[in-house]
Design a protein around this ligand. Structure first.
Ligand code: RAM
Length: 924
């Protein structure tokens, strides 16, 4: 183990080595590691230079803070000179430890993007619909009503010549639609579905690629394929507005800049000199799927040497582009594009990690479906995991023109794909072979939610694998325990997050919806930030959330908004208050909090204005209540008023952090008023909460709305309800994440564990017993007694009911922070043995470093292992009944780094392994 204090994980704007940053004042952070007890940073020094080597040359430094006496490691405003565009800045941090010794440093870089919209000097280009010869109507029989009018993607190219070797080159590009940039025949970067989904009316994100090594002296070809994507393809489920939410057709904006050794540069930008032509993708849509005709591939279209002059046709093509499998029905080749506009519009640098393919999954079985008269029966491929992405198919020796159709489903019913729950999403990919000996098919601009793929039309040998894609938020957490079902639950939570984190946090990756619902996101945010570093992802999505606010102060239920124009419901609109606060608590992101603050205040003001008696009854939008609760009904105004109180309190807290004492005082008073109104209207003298539901009691307890003298009674009602049902829950989205934490906080970890281990309906265990590999949208998504829930809304991959993940980390393993702590500046470690677990352990990469907490229980001996990173102190609390705490045979209180507390131990940074006798296990 490292004993020296070492900085690592350096980030600028919460990203490791970001290329193309538009922040004028990027915030720098680092983490610390080092196993020595009590290790801590007492000072730091930041330096920066234009070349890595210059960091060692004091004369060439652009920045030198000198020694700054501070333990701070997070989000330090760039203390250097004003940043120039398109420039890489190397920076180094050196730290001093608790003995005042200067110890190791670490270095990193960030590179600025264009910084200013007027730097683009480029035009949006697209298909010239006017001067294009009319396209022959599609003749193939594969098109459905939904796909019939989907246009082929744009294949755009521009040839240019370099007279000299460049020293550096960058491509800045984006699209209306989704695009893949290409240079000299190769795709650039590993991003998928760029530029991602934002509210394009306010922000279109551009990507930056380092293309220095892809250029050559002589002719080069810059190219791109651009499909409809979220811009003009199908999104959401509104039948009156199923597609074209932002525009009618895709377009590209690009600026390639090449620098030479003498300081001069050359730029190639999108303009009227580009051409557009045919390609193998006939249509591609996020919901409907992709259609690829390999015969129509124009070989060499994106490489030097290709002749693309108007009307002259392709220099070579892999097949006859005039065949019915071709595009346009004539050898028209590439034609000039239309210049669609010269104003770049609201183009901004992509501020978080893009969608990437992160895993490849091999099938666990391939079976032939039942015999079909006269044709080869389709194969059903089981990947063993409900996942999000697409199939990659390698086909050997298929005859030219073989039509392969791949359909996707999360579940099988009677051995066939169950697709009813996909609603209008066809999720079907079609591949027509060219006849080459080996062909590889993988759609480029679509994704599906599936565990099973049905492959029809292939008699020949094929290889298949699933490629998993999602927003590549860095993994941060791991949880393991002794129980296989609980481990499967954790796996289901992680896969649910992965699959629903495709550019925006969505509610389902498979059906015609895939929207960024605010309540789902706020309820799951605490779990999400255990599993991954979601700081930059959420901060970026929050901009779209805040952008939905109307003049009255109301948000919308989803962001980006597509066609749902009603004002947000309780717990949904409150997502815009809860998430910025969570980003502050988890990552110390004060800037996001400050950006959100006026909007948070306006939302609470909106609710207050329409509900002056402080019971939230009016302006509740679609008022979903405790959405998808089961066998219970929580009164809507109980839930709404609880959230009103919760948001008012958060706004007060945020105001304190931001130094707005007046707003803080006003919202503290408002919170007191709502609390009193809630108690008056909804808390009965016996401590029960109106409606008598688990969620009603949970909200009241979690949000501190029960008068103190009644708290125990309220908890009693909650526990009685659970036990009366045989330890079964009734909670929907709003209640489920509170269940186990509230029970544990009030001394009923045993009941929380009983829910965790429950495998009768409704429970997490029930879905797992019936094969779930992701979290289901509904407790009754499928039941033995009733089969499938209504196909009109039944996702088998949805994260909301997986919000118990936060408790697995926070209480089962025991990693948490104290109430006043920010970004884990003071850890609260509370390992909680219980249920049938004999051990549990979690590791979490917090903003300040890696934390571990775990325990094992063997014959009454409890062993607790913790790792506290340098910097924060930890308060370690043992379960009730733990006695004789020792480490290495010595009383724990006497060990180095340990200070005894009334209710536990205070630990300085370092690794510890304590033993204790557990005389009274906390659980039954
Ligand atoms: C459905 C989904 C979604 C939820 C909304 C209210 O579309 O379950 O997650 O937030 O309803």
């Amino acid at each position: 183990m490292t004993t020296h204090l070492t900085p690592y994980g350096l980030t600028a704007e919460q990203r490791v080595e970001p290329l193309g940053l538009d922040a004028e004042n990027p915030r720098l952070s680092w983490k610390l590691r080092g196993g020595r007890r009590g290790a801590a940073q007492t000072a730091y020094r930041l330096t920066a230079a234009l070349r890595a080597g210059d960091l060692d040359d004091a004369g060439r430094l652009l920045l030198d803070t000198g020694r700054v006496d501070s333990g701070e490691t997070l989000l330090i405003d760039w203390p250097g000179p004003e940043l120039a565009p398109c420039t890489r800045y190397f920076w180094r941090v050196e730290v001093w430890d608790e003995n005042g010794d200067r110890v190791a440093g670490a270095q990193s870089w960030f590179e600025t993007g264009l910084l200013r919209v007027d730097a683009w000097q480029a035009a949006w280009i697209g298909r010239d619909a006017v001067n294009q010869p009319p396209m022959d109507p599609p003749t193939d029989h594969d098109r459905t009503v939904a796909t019939h009018n989907l246009p082929p993607p744009l294949y755009l190219r521009r040839s240019f010549t370099l007279g000299r070797e460049p020293v550096r080159a960058r491509l800045y590009a984006t699209a209306h639609g989704v695009y893949q940039p290409r240079l000299n025949g190769e795709p650039l970067g590993d991003g998928e579905l760029a530029p991602g989904w934002t509210d394009y009316r306010h922000r279109v994100q551009y990507q930056t690629h380092d293309v220095t090594d892809a250029l050559r002296v002589g002719e080069n070809v810059l190219a791109a394929v651009v499909a409809d994507g979220w811009w003009s393809g199908y999104v959401g489920f509104d039948p009156r507005r199923p597609a074209c939410h932002y525009g009618d057709a895709p377009a590209l904006l690009a600026r390639l800049v090449v620098w030479f050794a003498d300081g001069t540069r050359q730029a190639v930008t999108t303009d009227g000199s580009w051409t557009e032509g045919p390609g193998e993708i006939r249509f591609s849509d996020l919901l409907m799927g992709e259609y690829v005709d390999a015969r129509a591939r124009v070989r060499g279209w994106d490489e030097p040497g290709f002749v693309d002059a108007t009307g002259s046709g392709a220099a070579s093509s892999s097949g006859d582009v005039g065949t019915p499998g071709g595009w346009g029905g004539r050898r028209s080749g590439f034609r000039p594009v239309a210049v669609l506009g010269t104003d770049p519009g609201p183009v901004v640098a992509e501020p978080d990690e893009p969608v990437r393919v992160t895993h490849t999954v091999r099938p666990v079985s391939i079976t032939r479906a039942g015999p079909t008269p006269s044709t080869t029966p389709p194969s059903i491929v089981d990947f063993g995991q409900n996942l999000v992405g697409r199939v990659r198919l390698t086909v050997h020796g298929a005859a030219p023109g073989t039509r392969i159709v791949v359909r996707h489903a999360e579940i099988l019913s009677d051995g066939a794909l169950y697709v009813a729950n996909l609603r209008r999403a066809e999720a079907t990919d079609t591949f027509i072979t060219s006849g080459a000996a080996t062909e590889v098919f993988e759609p480029l601009f679509t994704f599906h939610g599936f565990r099973y793929a049905e492959i029809a039309g292939l008699e020949h040998r094929f290889d298949v694998e699933a490629r998993v894609l999602h927003s590549d938020t860095p993994q941060a957490g791991e949880f393991h325990c002794s129980d296989a079902t609980v481990n499967q639950l954790y796996s289901n939570i992680v896969w649910g997050q992965r699959g629903n984190w495709v550019s925006v946090p969505t509610d389902c990756p498979q059906r015609d919806e895939r929207l960024g619902w605010l309540a789902d996101a706020q309820i799951f945010a605490p779990t999400a930030s255990r599993n991954a570093d979601v700081s930059a992802f959420f901060a970026r999505w929050m901009l779209d959330v805040l952008g939905t606010q109307d003049a009255e102060g109301a948000f919308r239920d989803v962001a980006p908004v597509v066609s749902m124009y009603r004002q947000a419901a309780p717990a949904w609109g409150d997502g815009a208050v809860v998430i910025p606060w969570h980003l502050w608590r988890t990552y110390a992101d004060k800037r996001s909090l400050a950006t959100a603050f006026p909007h948070m205040k306006a939302w609470v003001g909106f609710v207050h204005r329409h509900n002056p008696d402080l019971i939230w009854r009016h302006r509740t939008g679609n008022s979903y209540g405790d959405w998808l609760e089961i066998d219970a009904h929580t009164p809507r105004e109980v839930l709404a008023t609880a959230y009103f109180a919760h948001s008012a309190r958060i706004v007060a807290g945020a105001a304190r952090v931001l130094g707005d004492d007046e707003a803080a005082a006003a919202h503290e008073e408002l919170h007191r008023g709502i609390r009193a109104a809630f108690a008056h209207h909804f808390v009965r003298p016996d401590g029960s909460v109106a409606g008598g539901t688990q969620t009603g009691h949970l909200l009241a307890l979690a949000f501190g709305l029960v008068p103190e003298h009644l708290t125990e009674a309220t908890v009693g009602h909650l526990v009685a309800d659970l036990k009366g049902r045989g330890n079964r829950l009734t909670t929907g989205f709003a209640g489920v994440g509170l269940l186990c934490p509230v029970l544990t906080a009030h001394g009923h970890a045993d009941v929380a564990y009983a829910l965790l281990h429950q495998d009768e309906y409704p429970s997490w265990g029930y879905s797992i017993r019936h094969g779930a590999t992701t979290i289901w949208e509904r407790w009754d998504g499928w039941t033995r007694h009733a089969g499938f829930q209504s196909a009109s809304m039944n996702s088998f991959n949805h994260y909301s009911l997986g919000s118990v993940g936060d408790w697995l980390f926070g209480r089962v393993a025991g990693i948490d922070q104290t109430p006043g702590s920010v970004a884990y500046s003071e850890l609260l470690l509370r390992p909680t043995p219980g249920g049938r677990l004999t051990w549990a352990r979690a590791t979490q990469e917090t903003a300040r470093g890696s934390v571990t907490c775990g325990w094992s229980l063997n014959n009454g001996t409890l062993v607790v292992t913790v790792v506290v990173p340098p910097g924060p102190d930890a308060v370690l609390q043992f379960p009730d009944g733990a006695r004789n705490l020792t480490e290495d045979g010595e009383a724990a209180a006497l060990r180095p780094g340990v200070t005894p507390l009334a209710n536990g131990l205070r630990l300085r940074s370092g690794s510890y392994t304590f033993s204790a006798d557990l005389v009274r296990p906390t659980t039954s």
